[in-house]
Design a protein around this ligand. Structure first.
Ligand code: GLC
Length: 594
């Protein structure tokens, strides 16, 4: 049961009420032409049903890194018109919503995660009119658009920060975190930036330090200031008014810091930046975060259509992750599950344990899984063993797209794009890679341009040199080539996405784990309560063929054979005896049982 108290429901309740009143008046006045009433009340019923079964529970969401998806004007950087030109591709792939990483005006120190205006589009990506056109074109294809929202920090070039740093008495001074140093040249405490070194930057204009959880050019906003909250919620409304379907909320657990500035505990060893390891005890996951998430949810609920909030939630465990749903389903609907994304090896027991834990989360929230994103090396190499990478890419695709979770894909994973790190420090674009080279090479590797075809720059751009180079693998791994090959990673994704849409058990069914002691095979049923039809998913996470046996009678399945729907490697259409069958190395079997 989802708490939907938004404007939509209020409107629908009002409409319903008026339709009853009008129907009553009409009946009293006879002759009755009150045929309007049933559609009105069925609309109310429809709205009610939508609230119980919101779109984001069944959607497949696809992250686009806008710099790298499609360049429409030949400047080497992707843009909004480029995205719009590829909407047919996304529709045909089977995508329901796109989350686009930030496109707001930005000095691009953190490639858009340093925002200097929350209610505009950076000219590099296009105009607001381009944006509106893209949203309406996406809508025609039943694709929703989700914006990235970055509440923790602004750019140091944001007018708010420029004002704030201008004097200690400026009205915007308290919009950021300013403190005196401990002494000459000494920051207020030992807090460290996530991107290396002290989290405090001395500002000579006013002789104080400001706090930045990320780069020095990303000063943290002071979320204890009600004016900051109001300004940020108004920014959300600006985009919701333009028809966006929700937000992915960036770095949300970092919104608050301990006002008493306690030092963080030091841990043994050093990190990639050469700093002592530290537990971010006083700058991460403070309880006030949840207060803000509840307020953001209220803003989302002011709008019809069930806008979704997705949180970047790299929480230490499932119970912390679960808190993000809110005690009364009143925070975010989809906290991204970094536990699953961080398994980093093909381990049936590890995945099984985490899938079970989140499936039974105390909040009853909808799980939200992903493997790759713009901060995370791509799954093709991360899970690949060097010999079976394409087969393993199909295996991780099957895992992502067959559980009960709302899946989140990252552009290019559907064609098996690989992580391509820069070879030389001088080629690095991401500042983390510049600070941390060679141990930390930055995130350029997972942000290379989308590979569309075998033409120059893989069809991404006509520029001499796109902002990041195309890897040599683009010659074989691209949309055009893979569309022609029924065995390609892309063809496998397409079939899986279509199956997820057409099979009610995959769409709505329960997740029922099977053979829970098996060390290499992750297997489960998806089954609608009360129905004897189910989908059996068997994933061999090892390099050896595995023989498995299932007794599905306890799950209400009578027949002892499964009809293959999708398998990799391909198998014939003959039914397989569930009591005894062999799954090849890294094999995927998805079949229907009754
Ligand atoms: C999030 C973003 C990442 C960015 C950081 C700071 O983790 O995903 O790309 O660098 O926040 O905004």
């Amino acid at each position: 049961m989802w708490n939907e108290q938004g404007r939509a429901d209020v409107l629908n309740r009002a409409r319903y009420f008026f339709s009853i009143v009008i129907l009553g008046l009409c009946l009293a006045a006879n002759p009755c032409r009150g045929q309007q009433a049933p559609p009105q009340s069925s609309r109310a019923a429809h709205a009610h049903q939508q609230a119980q079964d919101p779109w984001w529970k069944h959607a497949v969401i696809y992250e686009i890194y806008p710099r790298s998806f499609q360049d429409s004007n030949g400047d080497g950087v992707g843009d909004i018109n480029g995205i719009a030109s590829r909407l047919d591709y996304l529709r045909d792939l089977g995508i329901d919503a796109i989350w686009i990483s930030p496109m707001y005006p930005s000095p691009l120190v953190d490639f858009g995660y340093d925002i200097s205006d929350y209610t505009a589009i950076d000219p590099l990506y296009g105009t607001l009119a381009d944006f509106d056109r893209m949203v309406s074109e996406a809508k025609k294809r039943n694709i929703r658009v989700i914006m990235d929202f970055v509440p923790n920090h602004t750019s140091d070039q944001h007018p708010w920060f420029k004002e704030s740093r201008s004097s200690r008495t400026n009205p915007k001074r308290d919009w950021y975190i300013w403190r005196d140093g401990k002494g000459e040249g000494q920051p207020p405490n030992n807090w460290q930036s996530w991107f290396g070194h002290s989290a405090w930057k001395f500002d000579p204009t006013t002789n104080q330090y400001y706090y930045h959880h990320f780069y020095t050019e990303q000063p943290d906003l002071n979320w204890r200031n009600p004016q900051v909250r109001k300004a940020m919620y108004d920014a959300m409304r600006f985009w919701l008014d333009r028809g966006v379907a929700g937000f992915r909320i960036d770095a949300v657990s970092r919104l608050f810091e301990d006002p008493n500035l306690h030092d963080d505990p030091i841990l043994p060893g050093k990190n990639a930046y050469g700093d002592p390891n530290i537990a971010h005890k006083y700058t991460d996951n403070l309880p006030e975060v949840h207060e803000v998430l509840r307020e953001m949810r209220k803003v989302a609920n002011e709008y019809p259509g069930n806008p979704v909030l997705i949180s970047e939630a790299d929480e230490p465990n499932i119970s912390e992750l679960t808190k993000m749903y809110g005690a009364k389903d009143d925070e975010v609907q989809l906290p991204m599950d970094f536990q699953i994304a961080d398994v980093n090896k093909l381990s049936a027991p590890d995945f099984r344990r985490l899938l079970n834990e989140i499936d039974h989360n105390a909040a009853g929230g909808q799980p939200h899984y992903f493997f790759s994103n713009h901060d995370q090396p791509r799954q093709w190499d991360r899970y690949g063993d060097g010999a079976h990478n394409d087969q393993i890419a199909k295996l991780t695709a099957a895992l992502l797209l067959t559980t009960r979770a709302t899946p989140l894909m990252y552009y290019g994973e559907e064609i098996g794009m690989r992580t391509t790190e820069p070879a030389r420090k001088e080629d690095v674009q991401d500042p983390i890679g510049k600070i941390g080279w060679p141990e930390e090479k930055g995130r350029d590797g997972e942000r290379t341009p989308m590979q569309w075809d075998a033409s120059t720059n893989a069809g991404f751009s006509t520029a001499q040199g796109p902002w990041l180079p195309l890897p040599p693998s683009a010659a074989a791994y691209n949309v055009a080539a893979e569309s022609k090959d029924p065995n390609s990673v892309l063809s496998f994704y397409k079939r899986l996405l279509a199956l997820r849409r057409s099979e009610p058990a995959l769409r709505d069914g329960l997740y029922l784990p099977l053979n829970q002691e098996h060390p290499h095979v992750l297997a489960f049923l998806r089954k609608k309560p009360g129905s004897s039809d189910a989908i059996l998913v068997v994933l061999n996470m090892s390099a050896e063929a595995q023989t498995v046996k299932f007794d599905l009678s306890a799950e209400g399945v009578k027949e002892s054979s499964a009809k293959p729907l999708i398998a990799a490697p391909e198998i014939g259409p003959e039914s397989t005896q569930v009591a005894h069958f062999t799954v090849p190395a890294f094999g995927v079997f998805i079949g229907s049982v009754h």
